[in-house]
Ligand binder design. Structure first.
Ligand SMILES: [Zn+2]
Length: 249
């Protein structure tokens, strides 16, 4: 029996490369920019141009020995292995990794999402012989509501309570930009106040062509109302919940 293309550590033996390694490696293929997948300190990183831009923004220009950008759908031949990155639909630049060797096709999905999201390249289905998938929300107990319905509820609450702030907890990369885009697409054009941790990534999304419509150049109030602060008490913020799959309500 032929040796497997990759092992349980997502190590592609034939080219000595690891997919999303959790420790620094000489050769890494990075599916997307979230910190549990993209880490600093690798010798070489192969990833989409957007993921490389996100890594440099988060970790610095020199966060890897060198970067090699690979566009979606472009096969890269390395020895007898072919690597192709396919949109995963999770965040901007997120990719599934298709590894082909000796007629066998293995797909490592990384995090992926099939629902519509204009802030990420749309998920594409890939035929393969072996699928290695993320299953964070694979159990049937996870039934997420429709984003547009939730945004409509949020906007109704904003309209019904004009004197109060609404505080939405989001991951700074991916979720924040998606929520902003959903709010804009729903017609909400008032200022949205952001935590400082989100500003660089929102600006990067804009640079990379994903418009979130944050009031043109008016990047304002990088701090949301915090519990206990006088401004917080004055505006009596609603804590709406967590956007990222894990409700905190
Ligand atoms: Zn992720």
């Amino acid at each position: 029996m032929a040796s497997p293309i990759l092992d349980r550590n997502l190590h592609i033996k034939a080219i000595d490369a690891y997919i999303d390694p959790s420790v620094p490696r000489e050769r890494a293929i990075v599916t997307h920019g979230h910190a549990d997948h993209a880490r600093a300190g690798h010798g070489a990183v192969l990833a989409t141009p957007d993921t490389i831009a996100i890594m440099k923004t988060r970790y610095g220009e020199d966060c890897a020995g060198r970067f090699e950008a690979l566009d979606f759908g472009v096969p890269l031949r390395i020895d007898d292995v072919t690597i192709t990155l396919v949109p995963a639909g999770h965040i901007l630049g997120s990719a599934q990794v298709l590894v082909e060797q000796a007629g066998q096709r293995v797909v490592v999905t990384g995090d992926y999402k099939r629902g519509r999201d204009r802030t990420a390249q749309a998920y594409e289905l890939v035929e393969c012989d072996l699928l290695v998938t993320e299953a964070t929300f694979g159990l049937p107990v996870f039934q997420h509501p429709q984003p547009r319905v939730e945004i409509a509820r949020l906007l109704k609450s904003v309209a019904d309570n004009p004197e109060r702030s609404h505080l939405v907890g989001c991951y700074a990369l991916g979720k924040a930009q998606r929520v902003i885009a959903l709010l804009r697409d729903a017609g909400y054009d008032a200022p949205i106040y952001l935590h400082g941790a989100m500003l660089r990534l929102c600006a990067l999304y804009e640079e990379l062509g994903v418009s979130s419509g944050i009031c043109g150049r008016r990047w304002m109030c990088p701090r949301p109302p915090l519990p206990g602060r006088s401004s917080s008490r004055r505006h009596r913020p609603f804590a709406i919940g967590g956007v990222g799959g894990f409700p905190i309500r």
